[in-house]
Design a protein around this ligand. Structure first.
Ligand code: UDP
Ligand code: MN
Length: 351
């Protein structure tokens, strides 16, 4: 009796020690990253791996695809500001992180959002070195709320104005082709005043300012103006300085609300009517206000930026990635075929 219970005790002790060693081993393995890295658990957002610790050796997955930096290049005097909202962190922002955000140096991009819902994407962005500002602007698509957010972008421009020559704004439903932007800006003298973008209203027909608004402007330089669509525009430093001087003590948001125009129209109105400079209207910025499906692949590679609209309004490519509702995955693969997930089985042509 005594003997058998001693053996039992020994067995229990041995089992206890083994379990401890096993648990310790698993914990240690987990801390070194391998254990968590091998997990393919999907979180509630349907994205894989977003809440895991990120090390350079273990790029996490988005939509089941590994983040893969491509040749990160943008002249170091170009600053990119990206506007988003918390409800689009998962659907829009993560798509950009997987694609064109991998093609520019992280410290040259500044994201302005309005909350920390879907925070895992924001965490991932900051750990990859992108700057994220959470504004206290209202979280909706109203004119005044977007003016508030653009005002935050301008105050960030002001902070870093001396460090850059070009300041470009992008909405979160745009794909920025950094190669084409770099080439385009290199052909323009950054010491001059440039306002570059796509005028979305009828070509050659500038927007006419009504007499009520016109009356509140001292010595207007003109009565009609063009403006760049809020999807993408770039401003050179000399012009930005003049704009910011104008907004000082009369800040962007206040001007926006005084004139009751959208943020993109306000920028155009101040530049053209008040300061007397012109929009350089470019045709290789494409927004969802245009028909996108008939742009030829040869032209697609020359776009500065492109967007997507409803289900049927998106660019079409010879090689399509499966379930690519925006067209951005397929476009990224056209520009950077070296990306591994472009040639993985689910990247097969669906057309
Ligand atoms: N946006 C925002 N808050 C919202 C909705 C949209 O800040 O509640 C941002 C969005 O992230 C995008 C821009 O405003 O950068 C334009 O939004 P969207 O593309 O949805 O509409 P559009 O004005 O182009 O029709
Ligand atoms: Mn849009």
């Amino acid at each position: 009796m005594i003997k058998s219970s001693t053996i039992k005790l020994k067995r229990v002790a041995l089992l206890g020690v083994s379990i401890t060693i096993l648990l310790f081993g698993l914990l240690h393995y987990g801390r070194s990253g391998e254990f968590f890295r091998s997990s393919t658990r999907k979180n509630s957002l349907g994205l894989q791996g977003l809440d895991r610790h990120i090390t350079p050796a273990s790029h996490p997955l988005i939509f089941g695809k590994t983040l893969q930096p491509v040749k990160r290049y943008l002249p170091e005097d170009v600053y990119i500001s990206l506007r988003t909202t918390q409800v689009y962190h998962t659907s829009r922002l993560s798509l950009l992180l997987l694609t064109w955000l991998q093609a520019l140096p992280a410290d040259q991009l500044h994201i302005v959002t309005d909350g920390l819902q879907n925070n895992s994407v924001v965490k991932m962005l900051t750990s990859e070195g992108y700057n994220v500002t959470v504004s206290s602007c209202p979280q909706n698509h109203k004119r005044a709320s977007l003016c508030c957010k653009t005002g935050v972008e301008f105050s960030l421009y002001y902070r870093v104005m001396e460090n850059y020559s070009w300041f470009c704004h992008l909405d979160d439903d745009m794909y920025l082709n950094t190669k084409v932007l770099a080439k385009y800006l290199a052909n323009h003298n950054h010491n001059l005043s440039w306002y570059i973008g796509y005028y979305p209203l009828a070509a050659g027909k500038p927007f006419e300012l009504d007499s009520y608004r016109l009356k509140s402007i001292k010595n207007p330089k003109r009565t009609k103006f063009s403006f760049a669509t809020g999807g993408t525009y770039c401003i050179s430093r000399p012009l930005l300085r003049k704009l910011i001087n104008f907004f000082n003590g009369n800040n962007f948001e206040a001007t926006c609300n005084q004139f009751m125009l959208t943020d993109d129209m306000i920028i155009g109105m101040v530049i053209e009517v008040i300061l007397g400079f012109n929009l350089t209207d470019v045709s290789n910025i494409k927004t969802h206000l245009q028909s996108l499906s008939n742009i030829k692949p040869a032209d697609l590679v020359n776009l500065i930026s492109v967007s997507y609209g409803g289900k049927n309004n998106r660019i079409k490519l010879p090689q399509e990635i499966k379930n690519d509702t925006s067209g951005f995955l397929s476009y990224h693969c056209l520009l950077y075929p070296e990306v591994k997930w472009c040639s993985q089985p689910n990247a097969a042509s669906t057309r």
